[in-house]
Write a protein that binds this ligand. Structure first.
Ligand code: AP5
Length: 237
């Protein structure tokens, strides 16, 4: 593969469904002026547009399964080759299998991006269930909101009626958490000595963002690593 001139920093956000990857990706994107790339949102957009890709993956997404490594790797490689990624990007939801992590590694080596920084958004499963059952999404601008008592049911940005994501039904959430648990140990093992930082994602949104930004400013900081990692299988099974 010919080397592209890409000097930017790649930030990978790992974490279970509802950990706040999308929320933090958008906030980091604003602070760092690099794009947030959500593979889940890219796939949902394909479904909404009715494209061939969207039709092919729709059923799988609703059931909470993973699309194939080959398919998502192509989607990500194409996206990373776009000019707006030249200064780096935030990857939300990729990689999520060991094969995807290995693919990304090869791709980045061939592309001259710097080695990725990997943030693992760790959180108690009970908080996830609460977050996912309270999440609503705008079908037009795709912004997500955490519904609290008395909150408006329309999007403050464009007034559209907010909806529940297809894959936020309880049975599907359970399936997504299982799939996360099955894959995550290998990915964490892959990155553990390579830019990996574990971050407490149960904190308020602003506090998590501050923590991520401070770790980006001081990658030598390792306080979170001193906490024992509980096996994902134990947490989310
Ligand atoms: P994807 O969209 O990536 O889903 P996910 O990983 O399950 O993550 P979520 O989007 O559910 O949660 P999040 O961590 O982004 O949390 P959020 O910020 O929204 O993927 C969907 C599907 O696409 C997959 O199931 C799969 O089918 C497919 N797919 C995607 N990538 C793939 C890949 N690489 N390979 C194969 N298939 C792939 O926050 C959740 C809620 O909590 C929100 O309401 C938010 O407002 C709230 N919240 C966030 N942070 C906080 C906080 N600190 N305090 C209080 N509330 C908070």
């Amino acid at each position: 593969m010919a080397k592209m001139q890409r000097q930017g920093r790649i930030i990978i956000l790992l974490g279970p469904p509802g950990a706040g990857k999308g929320t933090q990706a958008e906030r980091l994107s604003s602070s760092l002026a690099i794009p947030a790339i959500s593979t889940g949102e890219m796939l949902r957009q394909e479904c909404r547009s009715g494209s061939a890709l969207g039709l092919a993956v729709q059923e799988l997404l609703v059931a909470g399964g993973l699309v194939s490594d080959e398919l998502i790797q192509k989607v990500v490689a194409d996206r990373l080759a776009q000019p707006d990624c030249a200064q780096g990007c935030i990857l939300d939801g990729f990689p999520r299998t060991a094969a995807q992590a290995r693919f990304l590694d090869c791709f980045l080596a061939g592309s001259a991006f710097t080695a990725p920084v990997v943030f693992d958004l760790a959180i108690d499963p009970q908080i996830l269930i609460d977050r996912l059952s309270s999440r609503r999404q705008c079908p037009v601008c795709a912004r997500t909101y955490h519904m609290t008592l008395g909150a408006s049911s329309s999007c403050p940005h464009d007034g559209s009626e907010l909806v529940i994501r297809n894959d936020d039904q309880p049975a599907t959430v359970k399936r997504r958490l299982q799939i996360y648990a099955e894959n995550t140990r290998e990915i964490v093992g892959f990155y553990r000595n390579r830019g990996y930082r574990r971050v407490d994602a149960s904190q308020p949104v602003e506090k998590v963002t501050r923590r991520l930004l401070s770790l980006l400013g001081n990658t030598g900081e390792s306080a979170d690593l001193s906490r024992p990692l509980v096996a994902a299988q134990q947490l989310y099974a």
